[in-house]
Ligand binder design. Sequence first.
Ligand code: ZN
Length: 67
Amino acid sequence: MKCKLCEREIIEKEFCLFHRYAYDKIKKGYVIWVEALDINWKDYLNEIEKNSLTGRWAKEVIKFIKE
Ligand SMILES: [Zn+2]
């Protein structure tokens, strides 16, 4: 099975190692944001997508989650 976002083999669920790692980071980041800003999941994704510090892997994952 191939990752939903690239040609690598799936490690866990629908993602390869890199996209899975990025996904975990996005989820962990959300827990922190919710406590600080009372933001919802969709707004959070929009915010980090706009952030220039967000890496390429994470941006691909965000695009996938939002669809
Ligand atoms: Zn991948």
